[in-house]
Write a protein that binds this ligand. Structure first.
Ligand code: KIV
Ligand code: NA
Length: 264
């Protein structure tokens, strides 16, 4: 099978083929995830929690992300390799360019993801202009947890919803290759998906986005403590880890995941 590229994601959006995405942080799980037919593998800064046992994503460094990205890249996945820009690694355009380049050159990223709205348009335009594909992360931005005062659904109020649509448009116009929406009411995520030309990937954003992403540990039911409402333990119906990851991919492709119980 041919490698997945940013062009493939655009084609999938146009064809209405759901894009299946999952996080991975190491070689073994990257290989397993790729063998399950995943379209995108994300080396998320959620590794602060899943790999390091931290309370938030804030302590994750460029070195941490690059280490895990290299481990994942060693599986030479067919899936598109997306890597997160850590907290405060892109707060100036110069930092965004320097650190984005590091994720590509040292981490083997094929697309980078960064949290932020219209204030990131300059960084997005310079990065994409330099050949770095970018996914913009809107809605709940976990790196802003202390500003938000907790992890909660974003865009419930009409003016917040309008601002999110405007942010998505601005980022797409700046050249973003994809948009990720986290913890957004399903109706708002559906609207963003209709109104922007680039693929929209959702987590806790309902069924009507172009793709879905979840955290590996959540779908395997091995997250210590409480798992988020928007996730599902695919191990409950599977005999093997490989089977659970395959079941997730199939459920996304067949529009069986997410259902209303996973949505806001
Ligand atoms: O870091 C991460 O795993 C993410 C996903 C939750 C989208 O950003
Ligand atoms: Na992240």
């Amino acid at each position: 099978k041919r490698p997945v590229t940013v062009a493939s994601l655009a084609r999938m959006k146009a064809a209405g083929e759901p894009i299946a995405c999952l996080t991975a942080y190491d070689y073994s799980f990257a290989a397993l995830t790729d063998a399950a037919g995943m379209d995108v593998i994300l080396v998320g800064d959620s590794l602060g929690m899943t790999m390091q046992g931290r309370e938030t994503t804030l302590p994750v460094t460029m070195e941490d992300i690059i280490y895990h990205a290299r481990c994942v890249a060693a599986a030479r996945p067919r899936a598109l390799l997306m890597v997160d820009m850590p907290f405060m690694s892109h707060s100036t355009v110069d930092d965004a360019l320097r650190n984005g380049a590091r994720l590509m050159k040292e981490g083997n990223a094929q697309i980078i993801k960064l949290e932020g709205g219209r204030e990131q348009t300059e960084a997005v335009s310079r990065l994409t202009g330099a050949g770095v594909p970018v996914c913009a992360h809107l809605g709940l931005q976990p790196q802003s947890v202390h500003k938000l005062g907790g992890y909660r659904v974003q865009g419930r109020e009409a003016d917040d919803a309008e601002a999110m649509v405007a942010d998505a448009r601005a980022l797409a116009d700046a050249g973003a290759d994809a948009i990720l929406l986290e913890c957004v009411p399903a109706a708002l995520a559906a609207r963003v998906t209709r109104e922007v030309d680039v693929p929209v990937i959702g987590i806790g954003a309902g069924a009507d986005t172009d793709g879905q992403i979840l955290v590996l540990q959540d779908i395997l039911g091995i997250t210590p403590g409480k798992t988020p409402k928007f996730s599902h333990n695919f191990m409950a119906e599977a005999d093997t880890i490989q089977g659970a990851v395959e079941a997730y991919v199939q459920a996304v492709r067949d529009h069986r995941f997410p259902s209303a119980e996973h949505s806001f």
